[in-house]
Write a protein that binds this ligand. Structure first.
Ligand code: ADP
Ligand code: MG
Length: 301
């Protein structure tokens, strides 16, 4: 049994937009999986279908063995979803937003209150429990949506671009919490275009582009397929590089080189090569990370 099992899922919106074309996607129980794709690729549509908000055109979807068509309520019970757009009542208190959600699942208020306390404390929102939704910062609003998604203790947590608009420090805090949930047995699927997020958090990733899955593998395998990584090197001058043709080195301007480092080599080796030519590197930074490279390559194909 898979946490998510999607077969040949297609979706054409009423205006004729074909958002998904025969998408196959499976997420194992206990996985921390990513659905990666640029804007408009079909991520939110996929999630909308999984959570019963968007009607599929064709294909099969099951969640922990429950069929979306015949057991929608069961499917919904399994899933906690953190939507891309804020959709809580901003005039309600934090604690009410979380506890009222429990009502939809028939959870008694007393049980829900205890659970809400536990989750809000974990997400550093307990001090804000009497604040109105609209008084929260962007990061807090996002965490509130996570708290609300977890109130019925779902086995599967789906997050649609969870860290968009969340600052770097808070993002790390959120990552730690998501990792803790996953270790505790919650299967997680997140959509993102922050590739760093996938590299840090996820075990498996699928890349979706124009409504089709173009790549699906373990993050480790996906990363090892990236042949080389490109670095930008800041140098004092290109003087010593005149008439030097090296396939992995491109002169960008007087003070910048682009070097491509094959996965079997290290940056240090590359820098040594430059040093032998009398070129001193002042600073070096990756032009893009491996995952980004991979993603761009996949989309180009
Ligand atoms: N309600 C809708 N009606 C018509 N087209 C839509 C609707 N929602 C999304 N789309 C279109 O479907 C495609 C996939 O969108 P979406 O699933 O939101 O992508 P993503 O979440 O990856 O950015 C896009 O072309 C988008 O414009
Ligand atoms: Mg989206």
């Amino acid at each position: 049994m898979q946490a998510i099992n999607i077969k040949k899922l297609s979706k054409t919106y009423e205006d004729g937009t074909q958002a998904l074309t025969e998408v196959d996607l499976s997420v194992a129980v206990g996985d921390f999986a990513a659905l990666l794709g640029v804007n408009g690729a079909g991520k939110t549509t996929t999630i909308g279908i999984l959570t019963g908000l968007v009607k599929k055109t064709s294909g099969q979807v099951s969640v922990f063995g429950f069929d979306l068509d015949s057991q929608l309520e069961k499917v919904k019970e399994q899933i906690g979803v953190v939507p891309q757009e804020m959709n809580f009542n901003i005039f309600e208190n934090v604690i009410d937003i979380v506890v009222n959600q429990a009502g939809y699942y028939g959870i008694p208020r007393k049980t829900a209150l205890a659970k809400a306390e536990e989750i809000l404390k974990k997400l550093n929102l307990w001090d804000k429990r009497h604040a109105k939704g609209r008084e929260l910062s962007g990061g807090m609003k996002r965490r509130l949506m996570i708290a609300r998604a977890l109130i019925h203790e779902p086995r599967l947590l789906i997050l649609d671009e969870p860290t968009a608009g969340v600052d770097v420090e808070l993002r790390r805090g959120m990552w730690d919490y998501l990792q803790e949930l996953n270790t505790g047995g919650v299967t997680i699927l997140l959509t993102t275009h922050y590739l760093e997020e996938v590299e840090q958090l996820c075990k498996n990733a699928s890349v979706i582009n124009k409504g089709s899955i173009i790549l699906s593998d373990s993050v480790r395998n996906l990363m090892s397929t990236v042949e080389s990584e490109v670095y930008l090197v800041n140098i004092e001058s290109t003087e010593n590089l005149k008439n030097w043709n090296h396939q992995d080195v491109t002169v960008k301007d007087e003070n910048t080189l682009e070097i491509s480092v094959h996965k079997d080599h290290s940056v240090t080796e590359a820098l040594k090569l430059l040093e032998e030519r009398g070129v001193i590197a002042i600073s070096i930074r990756p032009k893009s990370n491996r995952m980004e490279e991979l993603f761009l390559n996949a989309v180009k194909q």
